[in-house]
Design a protein around this ligand. Structure first.
Ligand code: CP
Length: 309
């Protein structure tokens, strides 16, 4: 996938390191537009279909901002109830319709594999903006970009991922990307929400050192980066099970100051209660900078798949 023109972005699993570096370099070039320092009409005349059948604030608006700040335009669906999916239309038929209107589509849907399904029939690039508990590749790309910006490198870091590693799609995609680097991973979750075997098997195959634990405080002591995640309420069949786990981990300013005040704290957001508000003032709290970086990364991806970068 060294040439991105016309390509789908569905997963980070098959993404090579050269491709990853190319995306990071291109995001750096677009940062001036994302940061509103300069304007651009690079994507003038191009249309993004922003198809979000599950709730989103960051990803949808970040894609739409990226497209519009590069001079392109956006058509959007927000929620399945306002679209013909509610009348029984399939995602595959939707893809074949949308390709007539847009040049690229970003899709979020609750079904794992939904973006792959649409990409099979769409004649335009499909970008997976989150497929159920599967993957969230563009989030992982902005996460890697953020880690590199915050720490000056990715190699050699110890990175703790904490929370719902079973249903949290961002940590799935991020794990695949981190496997390109000499990192150590600490996978912190209750046993019932542990990282799927498919991903730990992949890490083992790539000879990435990782540790599985329930103990967040121990992980905080050793981590350069702590990547917190929300317990994904919408994936639980049993509400009581969600209630049991929703406050399992809460990262506070007191924990950070006690164990590791130099740690970088990340979160794909939204946070519910897993990072205390008093963490926000710490220098290491990077989660709102992560959001900002997302625009530059998504600008890069849009420009690349449309052959403009
Ligand atoms: N990080 C993320 O996917 O946020 P949204 O659900 O708001 O898009």
């Amino acid at each position: 996938m060294s040439d991105f023109l016309g390509k789908d972005i569905l997963s980070t699993k098959g993404m090579g390191k050269v491709d990853l570096e190319k995306i990071m370099e291109t995001a750096d070039e677009f940062a001036v537009f994302a940061n509103k320092e300069k304007s651009s009409d690079l994507l003038k005349g191009k249309v993004l279909a922003s198809l979000f059948y599950e709730p989103s604030t960051r990803t949808r608006l970040s894609f739409e901002t990226a497209m519009q700040r590069l001079g392109g335009s956006v058509i959007t669906v927000s929620g399945a109830e306002g679209s013909s999916l509610a009348k029984g239309e399939t995602l595959r038929d939707t893809a074949r319709v949308i390709e007539n209107f847009a040049d690229v589509m970003a899709v979020r849907h609750s079904l794992q594999g939904s973006a792959d399904d649409m990409a099979e029939v769409a004649g335009i690039p499909v970008i997976n903006a989150g497929d159920g508990h599967g993957e969230h590749p563009t989030q992982a790309l902005l996460d890697i970009y953020t880690i590199n910006k915050e720490r000056g490198r990715v190699d050699g870091l110890t990175i703790a991922m904490v929370g719902d590693l079973k249903y949290g799609r961002t940590v799935h995609s991020l794990s695949y990307l981190l496997a390109h680097f000499g990192v150590k991973l600490i996978l912190v979750s209750p046993d019932q929400l542990k990282m799927p075997a498919e991903i730990t098997d992949f890490l083992a195959e790539k000879k990435i050192e990782f540790e599985v634990t329930e103990n967040m405080d121990d992980a905080v002591k050793h981590a350069h980066v702590c990547y917190m995640t929300r317990v994904q309420q919408e994936r639980f069949d049993d509400p009581a099970e969600y209630e049991r786990f929703k406050n399992f981990y809460v990262l506070t300013k007191e924990i950070i100051e006690k164990y590791n005040s130099k740690m970088t704290i990340m979160h794909p957001l939204p946070r519910i209660g897993e990072i205390s508000l008093n963490v926000d003032d710490l220098d290491g709290a990077a989660y709102f900078r992560q959001v900002k970086n997302g625009v530059a990364v998504r600008m890069a991806l849009l420009a690349m798949v449309l052959g403009k970068a």
